[in-house]
Design a protein around this ligand. Structure first.
Ligand code: GLU
Length: 288
């Protein structure tokens, strides 16, 4: 039987809160209950938002909760050559194109169009740069640019795809996202590409993460197919909400694990409660 491998993959853009604790715990327990390995990956590819102090905070908070990971902590910023290689493979297949559009130009074009298609991430990129001639592209390559996936072409190339989520087969519909970004102007890789490459490179058999990331799996499944990478089993779990039913988020002032610790919370009781689907302080477990 193959060994189960799961992971927790936070972005170090703030301190962890109860929602993160719940997600880390589920991923940890999924592997440990099956005699498998639990990995920690720091998703620090966004240079504008990543802070080294938050990386240390993540390790401290997981240790406080008693969640121990196997092997070295993987840092995405140390793996840029791997992502660049994956991007080159997509370019070589004619599935990636450079995009010179600014955010404001994209917004203006969407506002001017009568029926801009919308996906789970908002309005689709209108495809301006997809329609450039090779000569027109070449003339602008010295300008800063992102790289986008030609999602319709890629989906046609890949054919029908699906994945297993909580044991149920889900048909992938990546076109619902439009031409997603593979490499950003300000960061050498996008979340979608980095996560797909790393889940394969780290030998993940099972991805346990929040329901908020369920839609992104349509894109990840397509990228796996294009890059000939294996598809893990996915388990998208319910999210914690506050008393008003809002998903816990840093920007809504969710209490951090650090503040709970300082207030004298007992980590064992916290973890035991979360394992039973109970959260302290009026936080409900929502099926979102
Ligand atoms: N880094 C992502 C986040 O913090 C999670 C990525 C994933 O689990 O696929 O939201």
């Amino acid at each position: 039987m193959r060994e189960i491998v799961s992971r927790f993959a936070p972005s170090p853009t703030g301190r962890l809160h109860l929602g993160h604790a719940y997600s880390a715990l589920l991923a940890h327990d999924y592997a440990r209950e099956r005699g498998g390995r639990f990995l920690l990956r720091i998703e620090d590819i966004d240079p504008g938002r990543t802070r080294e102090a938050f990386v240390a905070g993540i390790e401290e908070d997981l240790a406080w909760l008693g969640l121990h990971w196997d092997g070295d902590v993987v840092r995405q910023f140390q793996r840029l050559p791997l992502y660049a290689e994956a991007l080159e493979r997509l370019k070589a297949q004619g599935l990636a194109y450079p995009c010179f559009c600014s955010r404001s130009a994209i917004a203006a074009e969407i506002a001017a169009s009568a029926a801009a298609p919308h996906g789970p991430d908002g309005p689709h990129y209108p495809g301006t740069c997809r329609r450039r001639s090779p000569g027109g592209q070449k003339a602008r390559m010295a300008e800063s640019h992102a790289w986008r996936l030609d999602v319709a072409k890629a989906a046609r190339r890949a054919g029908p795809l699906s994945w297993f989520d909580g044991g149920q087969e889900v048909a992938a519909e990546p076109e619902a996202f439009g031409d997603v970004v593979l490499a950003r102007k300000d960061a050498p890789v996008s979340y979608h590409l980095a996560v797909t490459v790393d889940d394969a490179a780290q030998g993940l058999t099972d991805v346990v993460r929040g329901r908020d990331l369920f839609p992104a799996t349509h894109v990840h499944r397509l990228l796996q197919s294009l890059l000939a990478l294996p598809t893990p089993h996915y388990h998208h779990h319910p999210l914690l909400t506050d008393a008003e039913g809002h998903r816990l988020a840093k920007r809504h002032g969710a209490p951090t694990l650090a503040s709970l610790r300082e207030a004298g919370a007992d980590p064992e009781a916290l973890v035991a409660g979360l394992r039973m689907g109970q959260a302290p302080g009026g936080y409900a477990l929502a099926i979102a």
